[in-house]
Design a protein around this ligand. Structure first.
Ligand SMILES: [Zn+2]
Length: 481
């Protein structure tokens, strides 16, 4: 077949042997040959496009097996990103500029993807600093999934007063007279954070299309060519998928997407899956955009929030019965599934359920895996292996490692998560970021963490040496150690 494209004069990583070649040929969307410049240029035909790589390094497109690009795209143009910003002074300057160009009733939103430890000052912004740079425009600053800072204008916009009750496992921090200070704390349920954010004005449909297009281009900028969307809070199927559907139909998707379906209401999960399995099926779509299966949330009673500033949550006693009903239904309908599980204790209980269901409805090659698994033990890795499952890991510890060491110690942090053990035990392992909130969408931060075990703040987790953690930030925010 005539070669469509030749890329030559480059250092092209092959994922095989040899590990680099000078040139490749592309035919019908696939790499059809690799070799020396001379060998490949001989394949040139009259219609072949020839690209000079100018001796640059070329890597395969990166796949992020766990992130939230669909929700990320719908909100990208409303967000100010602090990913990789080196100092709080810079971050506050950006906030001030953004407030100046943000029209009412829009908010200024910094929605995760940064950590206080990336800043030279190694601390959180204070409410006074945020109110000073934006006295009138509402500002919502989310730090991972542990807390949010709202300026006075944002408190007015969401209507939180001293009479507003705290949601379950969340806290509206109050001053001595009971008035909200502006700090919202997940304890550890992040519902208080994303339900408050959900009050913000939405983009119009054309703006959502544009925002998603730009976000996917932003991912391309980092070498991301595909991603698996893990669903998410306030990402309703099918309504919130219409924009990405339209981009797909128009051939304007620049990132290949597979997506999992995530139920939104606690105790309504099984009816949601029953409805969805009648609307679509795994694999529906094409190479560019398709259904992947269920998750990352299967039942709310099994969702153990990864907030290392708070003690590990114990899952409710109903977890097993609710999870069993859903997994049984998915196995019966041969729907692949993934489940969010940070802690080994949650994983043990989920595996009890999976093993029970498997005895009744054999999984037999049905694709399933756990996401995260930060504190998983070897015993549970073995159980996953025995059930033919996999694990997807992300660099959440690169953003929370300092908190984790404070709570669980440097020794435990050395094997959090135990990726080398997973690989040694022959379990399929995928990597990613879990972006855009509890981590940055920059895949190189995740690759750097995978290789070095270092946090974004420079802490060395794998070495076991205790990363430096400022005390003043906790005292400043919480008024206590
Ligand atoms: Zn998750």
């Amino acid at each position: 077949m005539a070669v469509d494209t030749i890329l030559h004069n480059a250092k092209i990583a092959t994922n095989g042997v040899p590990s680099f070649v000078e040139a490749i040929a592309i035919t019908a969307g696939k790499i059809s040959a690799g070799g020396t410049n001379e060998e490949i240029l001989q394949l040139r035909g009259p219609g072949t496009e020839v690209i000079d790589g100018n001796r640059r390094t070329v890597i395969p497109g990166l796949n992020d097996s766990h992130m939230h690009p669909i929700r990320g795209g719908l909100n990208y143009n409303m967000e100010l990103r602090w990913d990789g910003v080196p100092s709080l002074a810079d971050a506050l300057r950006m906030l001030k500029e953004q407030a100046a160009r943000t029209p009412a009733p829009q908010w200024v939103r910094v929605v995760g993807g940064w950590t206080e430890f990336q800043f030279a000052e190694r601390r959180m912004p204070t409410l006074d600093e945020i109110n000073a740079v934006s006295p009138d425009t509402p500002v919502f600053v989310l730090h991972l999934y542990d807390r949010a800072l709202l300026n006075r204008a944002a408190l007015r916009a969401v209507g939180y007063t001293k009479d507003t009750p705290d949601p379950p496992a969340g806290e509206i921090q109050r001053d001595k007279r009971g008035n909200p200070t502006g700090i919202l704390i997940a304890k550890p349920n992040a519902y208080i954070l994303y339900s408050t954010l959900f009050n913000g004005p939405k983009l119009s449909r054309p703006d959502q299309l544009n925002s998603s297009r730009l976000f996917f281009r932003e991912l391309n900028r980092f070498g991301i060519t595909s991603a698996v969307d893990a669903g998410g809070g306030f990402q309703n199927y099918p309504d919130d998928y219409e924009v990405v559907n339209e981009l797909h139909q128009k051939g304007e998707l620049s990132v290949r997407l597979a997506y999992n379906l995530y139920p939104q209401k606690a105790k309504q999960e099984l009816p949601d899956f029953e409805r969805w399995t009648k609307m679509t099926k795994p694999g529906e779509g094409d190479d560019f955009y398709r259904v992947n299966g269920a998750g990352e949330m299967l039942v709310a009673s099994a969702a153990d929030f990864e907030d290392m500033l708070q003690p590990r949550p114990d899952m409710a006693p109903v977890m097993e019965s609710e999870l069993k009903a859903v997994v049984q239904y998915l196995a019966e309908n041969r729907w692949p599934f993934r489940m969010h599980a940070t802690y080994n204790e949650t994983i043990s209980r989920a595996l009890d359920v999976y093993e029970e269901v498997n005895r009744e409805i054999p999984f037999e090659g049905l694709h399933w895996f756990f996401d995260h698994c930060e504190t998983i033990t070897d015993r549970n890795i073995e159980r996953i292996k025995a059930l033919g499952g996999g694990i997807a890991v992300q660099n959440r510890m690169a953003f929370q490692g300092e908190y984790f060491v404070e709570r669980y110690g440097a020794k435990q942090a050395k094997r959090t998560p135990p990726i080398r053990r997973m690989l040694e035990m022959g379990v399929p392992v995928g990597a990613g970021t879990d972006a855009t909130r509890v981590s940055s969408y920059n895949p190189f931060l995740s690759l750097y963490w995978l290789v070095t075990g270092k946090t974004v703040g420079g802490g060395e987790l794998i070495s076991g040496r205790k990363p430096v953690r400022p005390r003043e930030s906790a005292r400043a925010v919480y008024g206590r150690e």
